[in-house]
Write a protein that binds this ligand. Structure first.
Ligand SMILES: NC(=O)c1ccc[n+]([C@@H]2O[C@H](COP(=O)([O-])OP(=O)(O)OC[C@H]3O[C@@H](n4cnc5c(N)ncnc54)[C@H](OP(=O)(O)O)[C@@H]3O)[C@@H](O)[C@H]2O)c1
Length: 283
């Protein structure tokens, strides 16, 4: 049987595909753009079309599959968007659903991941909830523009700390549970890096590695929102979600360091400095 990886072209899904196929699992890489998946994975995975909002695509994606890595694509803001696919998993007799959730959702009902976790559990599906903190890839992705152009970390996180994790480590942890569904049935893991950094420390690391003077601009939430909507021209509803997440971060919700990654994989999480060195071209 095969493992279905949703969001296979995304930050985490791509690493889940790589980690599973490296360990000899047969992997089905799913997304709405099958040509992108073919180019990305070649022989590493079998590409299939899966649109979570189109139940007509479910049977083809689930054929021959007994385990699933499930993500909520960021633009699907309502938890209900994922319910039809979760119902289909139940019908299909899946052995384990590893759901990419979010650190702290067990105590916070507002992010959609909270209701999605509850829906998976209520469906009686064997689950492993993967709850990561902030991805290091946020720095090399969405926030890299200001680092590159202005030598500024333009993030409204105040003086708070964040225990960043590399999406590559999340991919390794997800592959670990998916390879051994019986052992990891009905479990939850909060995945963080090994250190909790404030954004002045993030700017110091970026400066050290790039050799430039990069500073933390520490914008207010409103200034950040206006800039990302007006200058960056990003979708206001997406920007509002990030504002809410940085508000929570200011309250300390992103700071905790947990041992879960090491307990699960036997490895130390990759450090932010190592990440910046490996992805220095992004900055
Ligand atoms: N960023 C963080 O710090 C952080 C921290 C904790 C949790 N999370 C959670 O992680 C999740 C995002 O993971 P990610 O960053 O790995 O994703 P991502 O890089 O944003 O990629 C999204 C993926 O979803 C696929 N997709 C888009 N629309 C789809 C649809 N209608 N049906 C099926 N697939 C679709 C895309 O592939 P195609 O284009 O091929 O369809 C793509 O592979 C979110 O739920 C987010 O809340 C993020």
């Amino acid at each position: 049987m095969e493992v279905l990886v949703t969001g296979a072209s995304g930050n985490v899904g791509a690493y889940v595909v790589e980690e599973l196929s490296r360990r000899g699992e047969r992997v089905v890489a799913a997304g709405t753009d099958v040509d992108k998946l073919k180019r990305r994975f070649g022989e590493q995975a079998r590409p299939v079309v899966l649109d979570l909002t189109d139940p007509g695509t479910y049977p083809g994606a689930l054929a021959g599959v007994d385990r699933v890595f499930l993500i909520r694509p960021p633009h699907l803001g309502k938890p209900e968007d994922l319910y039809p696919f979760i119902d289909a998993l139940k019908e299909h007799g899946i052995q384990l659903v590893a759901f990419l959730s979010l650190m702290g959702v067990e105590k916070n009902p507002f992010p959609p991941h909270h209701k999605i976790e509850k829906y998976i559990e209520a469906a009686g599906l064997p689950y492993a909830h993967i709850r990561p903190g902030f991805f290091m890839q946020n720095l090399s992705g969405i926030h890299a523009a200001e680092i590159k152009a202005m030598n500024q970390v333009f993030i409204p996180a105040g003086k708070s700390r964040t225990s960043f994790i590399d999406a590559a480590d999340i991919g390794l942890a997800a592959a670990t549970v998916l390879r051994d569904p019986k052992v990891y049935t009905n479990t939850c893991y909060t995945l963080t890096g090994a250190e909790s950094l404030d954004y002045d420390q993030v700017a110091e690391i970026l400066s050290r590695v790039t050799g430039r003077n990069i500073t933390y601009a520490r914008p207010g939430l409103w200034k950040y929102r206006q800039y990302y909507i007006r200058q960056r021209k990003l979708d206001p509803s997406y920007v509002n979600v990030t504002v809410a997440l940085y508000l929570m971060t200011r309250l300390g919700t992103a700071a905790a360091v947990t041992p879960d990654f090491t307990q699960l994989t036997g490895r130390e999480p990759r450090s932010l400095e190592d990440f910046v060195r490996r992805h220095v071209d992004c900055f």
